[in-house]
Design a protein around this ligand. Structure first.
Ligand SMILES: [Zn+2]
Ligand SMILES: [Zn+2]
Length: 334
């Protein structure tokens, strides 16, 4: 009876399959389906690679193995590994820290396929001794996650929540490089969500409202400041965010020089302090959801992206959760 080597009915998510019999006879029928490659290995080394088609194994189509096993026609030992060249989808999720050490959780989807089966077998299957689809899939997910953690940690929390599209694009380019090293093509990556702790969401709120990331980062906790600002009617004094830097100064620090003001002297009431360099540019009139960082329609009561309720003062300013008075205009919040 002729030996038939075939990957019968591979499952949707199966990326590799090892032919269980390691004794191969010359003249065996090797059936390689579309989007598959058969790789012949021995002692962890790759010898011959055959693409789609029905092959009768001869000394012609396995020249490297033939050279190794010698001229005889007796059966020889080899491991046949089938690799699927189809596209796969994987889900990921993990935790990392931003540049300011803010804890961030993230999750999403990625799509990949084997681009270079020889490199893939060398680096992943043979290199890690993973001969089973679920082990390989686990390894790839962990590798992806590790890259995602590393690359995301180079960004600030404001970038992550306000410029997630830009961050995604840049991180994707780096991950594509990482994957190429494994013989894999990373087809696409989607970051479906990022999240942080309540405390950091409060900080984000202030960074986005004031455009002053540096000052906010100097605070002990953003919640304290939110409480300070919202506590008494006099807190805001109707001067907008000019109040922020004074409030944010640490007692131990020397007084900051007054902000440059074109008119000289004391800025008039209502003068809006220019954003610090490096602060996110916020187009005039554009409101940002303090919870997810996406632009929201003017006056929205709920964020269309994350669904969070947007609390507002009677004059329409966005206010932090728990504030009793609007930090912008001082209005009482019911
Ligand atoms: Zn939102
Ligand atoms: Zn207000």
């Amino acid at each position: 009876m002729v030996q038939v080597i075939e990957w019968v009915n591979p499952g949707e998510d199966e990326i590799i399959w090892r032919y269980p019999n390691e004794v191969i006879k010359w003249g065996a029928q090797l059936i390689v389906h579309e989007y598959e490659v058969a790789v012949f290995m021995r002692d962890g080394k790759i010898y011959d690679v055959l693409g789609p088609g029905r092959h009768t194994l001869t000394t012609q189509n396995l020249p490297l193995l033939y050279r190794l096993v010698g001229g005889s026609n007796s059966p020889f030992k080899a491991t046949v590994i089938f690799v699927s060249m189809k596209q796969f989808q994987g889900r990921y999720g993990g935790e990392t820290q931003t540049r300011e050490l803010a804890p961030v959780k993230y999750y999403g989807v990625y799509w990949f396929k084997v681009a270079d089966p020889v490199l893939f077998i060398t680096e992943v299957v043979g290199g890690q001794s993973l001969y089973d689809t679920s082990d390989v899939t686990k390894f790839i997910r962990a590798y992806f996650n590790e890259g995602m953690m590393k690359h995301l940690s180079a960004y600030s929390i404001v970038d992550l929540f306000q410029n997630l599209d830009m961050v995604s694009t840049q991180v994707k380019v780096k991950l594509i490089e990482d994957f190429r090293r494994l013989g894999l093509e990373l087809v696409d990556v989607k970051i479906e969500g990022v999240n942080t702790t309540d405390e950091w969401r409060q900080r984000l709120f202030w960074i986005m409202q004031t455009g002053n990331a540096q000052a906010v980062m100097q605070m002990d906790t953003a919640k304290q400041v939110a409480a300070e600002l919202g506590k008494s009617e006099g807190a805001a004094m109707g001067t907008g965010m000019v109040i922020m830097p004074q409030l944010l100064q640490q007692p131990a620090q020397p007084a900051q020089p007054a902000q440059p003001y074109a008119g000289g002297g004391v800025p008039p009431a209502g003068y809006q302090q220019p954003a610090q360099p490096g602060a996110p540019a916020q187009p005039a009139g554009q409101e940002i959801c303090p919870y997810c960082g996406k632009p929201i329609p003017p006056g929205a009561r709920f964020c269309p992206y994350c669904g969070h309720e947007i609390k507002r003062c009677p004059n329409g300013h966005i206010v932090p959760e728990g504030a009793k008075f609007c930090p912008v205009c001082g209005a009482k919040i019911e």
